[in-house]
Design a protein around this ligand. Structure first.
Ligand code: ZN
Length: 82
């Protein structure tokens, strides 16, 4: 008997990460807005942000969300210093 590792397929993570990166590139946005725009759960959006943070400079700061205008914790991606 062999152990086969089954990875559940639920959409492409790289695609989602690319989508969110494009969304918040130089445009600080709160988590609920990010989740709403890419049609994922808050939890999924959060975990995707973690993925993005491993490759890019992810900024989390208190600021104004460009989408809903609320002053809250917003996330944005900066271009990595060259
Ligand atoms: Zn917002």
């Amino acid at each position: 008997m062999t152990m086969v590792q089954e990875t559940p397929k639920e959409g492409s993570v790289p695609d989602r990460a690319a989508l969110i990166t494009a969304l918040i590139l130089d445009r600080p946005m709160c988590l609920p807005c990010i989740a709403e725009k890419v049609l994922v759960s808050l939890q999924r959006a959060e975990s995707t942000l973690e993925t993005i943070a491993t490759a890019l400079v992810l900024r989390r700061e208190t600021g104004r969300c460009v989408a809903c205008g609320a002053t809250t914790v917003v996330h944005s991606v900066g271009r990595p210093p060259a």
